[in-house]
Design a protein around this ligand. Structure first.
Ligand SMILES: Nc1nc2c(c(=O)[nH]1)N[C@H]1C(S)=C(S)[C@@H](COP(=O)(O)OP(=O)(O)OC[C@H]3O[C@@H](n4cnc5c(=O)[nH]c(N)nc54)[C@H](O)[C@@H]3O)O[C@H]1N2
Ligand SMILES: Nc1nc2c(c(=O)[nH]1)N[C@H]1C(S)=C(S)[C@@H](COP(=O)(O)OP(=O)(O)OC[C@H]3O[C@@H](n4cnc5c(=O)[nH]c(N)nc54)[C@H](O)[C@@H]3O)O[C@H]1N2
Ligand code: SF4
Ligand SMILES: [Mo]
Length: 827
């Protein structure tokens, strides 16, 4: 009898899991399995097939780890780190292994659809009905052609978040130029980490994140960057941590944060800083490096008489110092730094003067040393100035382009596209009215002259009709209706815009879509992925589909090309020649023929096989104050100052600027927006932050955790169930509160609490964490979705974005996510 029952259930299981792509059914079958016997039988009954391993790139964060995807009988069943990928080195963070949950998410969109309910809102069912791809593309193209004919093509906007490379966001430039819209590429950078890029642009002239030579560094000062939770490339950071902390001499680490994160817990010294005051700390460190005579003379220069004359409070004559690769040092000292003593900084940062001095002496006397930072110091209204002060420390100790120091990421040796967009411009593309229109987000206009993107402004601007109203907007891997600060403004804004969403999953933006064009998941698509800043040498990886799309989905790049083909005039011709993404990538890979990768990759086929092209070494090196280029065997080609200015230190002076020419070019704007006297705007300096929240008494940060995948991981059940390992969050996230702070408000561990900002309130469950600053509340980001599938929707506490005001650093445009003050009470 028992045997009969077991056989029955086994048969039922096999029926349910029948191989022909019945993916959702299989998941249900597995859930239905309860006993060990059944599991064993399921294993025994698995049909034997050949296992195929394909190369791919994890999609969950910008680390871009290379993965080996294991597929047997058409089913992806395992993902491991690719041993041949220099970032992954055969390892992954826990999220990487969970990628097949995206592929087999039962809530995925199964094919293109259109909306039937004209009303949009959280509680409106969109009434999606399936349509063909042709109908979808024709509908969109008809709208775009019509806009163009009316001279209103600027009212079409493309929004993107995680752009990967030449096969997706890399196509936007040509689209904008040919079709005629300034809004062809509104990226999420200003909702991400733009502050560090702009701080670097202002000081060393490069508008980019740094590459790092972590293996060789002996001192790391980490300020508001989650090295062991988020800092890019995350998985590799964990590997580097192991190397740095086990080599001899061990890399010493001081971490400055507003809460106890794992990085701080693992460091040699933990310094709790008052939020938004990192600039003051870094200036005091710089002050001590100078007064103690610890600066790198080969890079910075020296006093003409060879004696250190930096003395607190004392101005100096410019002639007394010969600057080498820095600009404005003595002016900076006289105008700002001479008074920035550790005692001064203690008043601002709450970090004891003796700890600041000690950190400065260690940092200044250990070579090579690096100061790194990310969204902590820059997620405030004074973010760019904070970042500039921190980055100045790298110049003072000569770490730029040095062994064990910081560089800039090189791009891949890609070939040209088969067609050149310049040959396909019609009169409208060249001279149409669209040319005089600003971007909808007002980036790079008088309103935000120093920014590259201002996505968070686009929704509110549309709402005001200033500079105009959008007509149609297409979203690629971004969901600002949920991730932007004050996202409810976006819910209002997107009601009367024709929305095209490309997410494979039913996210919030998709709920407002008029047309859904579901993209294939990353395991099903062909896509390139040049590395984010890593070790500097160029690298680009490839996503090779592990299986054919299991639903009726396409690659975003192919959607863009298909829409392009349907645009009237030469634009359509251009896209017909481009044809498809594989063609694009084959032409890009042709560039490898003249620059074969270190692993032998020299064309499209070998790229597919190995999954990654890279070419070491890094091309440039600064050695004891001289810059060299690699010449086949060594860094032997000495660079002239003109070459350094053109290729590396791309500032007006061709040097690292403590008095920033870039900021001085915008003196009127900075003076108007930040109240800094015009003649002082260029200096790396302390600027008071402007917190939102009026008299509220607590800071509020929403940091990333190891299980967090930007805003797109909440539909992975395993990831969200262990999202907050430190505070013990299971299937939810807790609000982490210092017990003193909680008790003063009569809040017990585990109580339901209300967090209130200027925008309103959200509720959460309180968890005592004694290691955080008493004035700072911590609520990891990713929960509180009102869409995004069954595991994400309505789970956990309220959404932190809803109490995050939309204010930004006027210079970088980075949304000040960490700057709003809140109050806390029992709910
Ligand atoms: N695991 C994981 N890794 C990721 C991502 C992910 O989703 N998950 N996303 C990637 C993306 S898109 C980004 S932008 C990066 C971001 O990488 P990070 O900037 O490193 O990450 P955050 O968690 O935003 O913030 C870093 C730290 O700043 C602290 N902080 C807040 N305010 C202040 C302050 O005023 N001063 C100081 N010193 N510290 C402060 C926070 O407590 C936090 O520990 O991570 C990338 N890596
Ligand atoms: N309160 C608060 N808000 C924050 C932050 C914070 O710390 N606190 N962090 C900010 C940061 S650093 C960032 S980078 C932004 C990120 O914010 P966004 O730019 O909005 O990016 P994601 O949240 O990752 O949204 C990705 C969207 O793409 C969809 N998607 C997932 N996979 C695919 C795919 O394969 N193809 C396509 N076409 N779509 C896909 C998802 O369903 C989702 O709708 O959020 C910011 N928002
Ligand atoms: S989530 Fe990021 S760090 Fe983790 S495996 Fe994927 S790409 Fe790598
Ligand atoms: Mo980000």
């Amino acid at each position: 009898m028992k045997i009969f029952q077991a056989m029955m259930s086994r048969r039922r299981f096999l029926q349910a899991s029948g191989t022909a792509g019945a993916v959702g059914a299989t998941a249900a079958g597995i859930t239905g399995l309860t006993g060990l016997t059944q599991a064993k039988e399921a294993r025994a009954s698995r049909p034997r097939g050949e296992t195929k391993i394909t190369k791919n790139i994890c999609h969950q964060c910008p680390a871009r780890c290379g993965i080996d995807v294991y597929t047997t009988d058409g089913r992806v069943h395992a993902i491991y780190g690719d041993t041949g990928n220099p970032i992954a080195n055969g390892k992954l963070c826990p999220k990487g292994h969970l990628g097949s949950y995206f592929l087999y998410d039962p809530d995925r969109f199964k094919g293109p659809m259109k909306r039937t309910n004209p009303n949009k809102g959280r509680n409106e069912d969109p009434g999606f009905v399936p349509i063909s791809w042709d109908e979808a593309f024709d509908t969109i193209a008809a709208r775009l052609n019509n806009l163009r004919e009316r001279g209103e093509s600027h009212r079409f906007a493309h929004f993107y978040g995680r752009g990967w490379g030449a096969s997706d966001a890399g196509l936007y430039g040509d689209f904008g130029k040919l079709y005629g819209t300034p809004n062809a590429a509104i990226g999420h950078a200003s909702m991400c980490a733009e502050g560090s890029k702009r701080a670097k642009r202002a000081t060393d002239g490069n508008d980019s994140y740094n590459s790092h030579d972590l293996r060789k560094t002996n001192y790391l000062l980490i300020m508001g960057a989650s090295f062991l939770e988020a800092f890019r490339p995350y998985n590799n950071m964990m590997q580097m941590w192991g190397e740095m902390r086990s080599k001899s001499p061990k890399t010493r680490v001081t971490t400055v944060d507003v809460r106890m994160n794992p990085t701080m817990a693992a460091s040699d010294r933990a310094l709790y800083i008052k939020p938004a005051t990192d600039g003051a700390f870094a200036l005091a460190v710089a002050h001590v490096i100078l007064t103690e005579g610890l600066w790198e003379r080969d890079f910075v220069g020296d006093f003409t008489n060879g004696r250190n004359q930096f003395e607190a409070g004392k101005t100096l004559s410019k002639d007394a110092f010969n600057e080498k690769w820095v600009h404005g040092l003595i002016d900076w000292w006289n105008e700002e730094l001479k008074d920035r003593t550790p005692e001064w900084a203690e008043q601002i940062t709450t970090i004891a003067a003796k700890d600041i001095r000690q950190t400065a002496i260690e940092f200044g006397s250990t070579r090579p040393a690096m100061a790194i930072f990310e969204r902590g110091p820059t997620g405030h209204t004074n973010g760019t100035y904070n970042g500039m002060a921190i980055h100045s420390l790298n110049a003072l100790v000569g770490s730029l382009f040095a062994e064990g120091g910081l560089g800039y990421q090189m791009g891949p040796a890609y070939g040209a596209l088969p067609v050149n967009s310049d040959d396909y411009l019609d009169d409208y593309a060249r001279n149409g009215a669209w040319k005089n229109q600003p971007r909808i987000d007002m980036a790079r206009t008088e309103r935000w002259p120093m920014t590259s993107h201002m996505m968070q402004e686009a929704g509110p601007n549309h709402l005001k009709g200033d500079p105009y109203k959008m007509d149609t907007a297409m979203f690629y891997s971004t969901n600002p209706i949920w991730t932007a600060p004050n996202p409810k403004a976006w819910e209002e804004a997107l009601k009367d815009v024709f929305i095209i969403d490309t997410s494979p999953f039913p996210g919030e933006t998709a709920m407002f879509a008029d047309i859904v064009l579901p993209e294939s998941t990353y395991l099903e698509r062909l896509q390139d992925s040049p590395t984010y800043p890593f070790e500097g040498w160029p690298m680009t990886a490839l996503r090779v589909p592990a299986i054919d799309p299991i639903y009726d989905t396409k690659h975003f790049g192919d959607m863009l090309i298909e829409i392009g083909k349907r645009i009237n005039g030469p634009t359509g011709e251009f896209y017909k020649k481009l044809d498809n993404i594989e063609n694009v990538l084959r032409h890009r890979a042709a560039g490898f023929a003249n620059a074969p990768g270190d692993n032998g990759v020299n064309d499209f086929e070998s790229w597919k096989e190995k999954g990654v092209w890279y070419r070491k070494p890094y091309h440039w090196r600064q050695i004891r104050g001289e810059f060299y280029e690699w010449e086949g065997e060594s860094y032997s080609k000495r660079m002239t100052p003109a070459e350094v200015k053109e290729k590396l230190l791309r500032t007006p002076s061709g040097k690292f600027e403590f008095k920033s020419g870039f900021l001085e070019q915008h003196a009127d704007y900075i003076n108007r927006e930040m109240g800094i006297p015009k003649e002082r705007v260029g200096y790396v300096q302390w600027v008071e932050p402007k917190h939102t929240g009026g008299n509220r008494d607590l800071y509020f940060v929403t940091p990333k955790t190891p299980m967090h995948a930007e805003g797109r991981g909440a539909n992975i059940p395993h990831a969200i169930s262990i999202h907050q390992p430190i505070a013990g969050g299971r299937d939810t996230v807790y609000l982490e509160v210092n017990p003193e702070t909680a008790k003063a408000r009569g809040i017990r561990n585990g109580d339901r609490v209300r967090i209130t900002s200027d925008l309103g309130s959200i509720e959460a469950e309180c968890r005592y964490v004694a290691a955080h600053r008493p004035d700072t509340l911590v609520l990891p980001f990713e929960f509180g979705h009102w869409a995004q599938g069954r595991w994400a929707k309505d789970r956990g506490p309220g959404h932190s974005g809803e109490i995050t005001a939309n204010v930004s650093d006027p210079i970088s445009g980075l949304a000040s996510y960490y700057t709003g003050k809140v109050s806390l009470e029992r709910a």
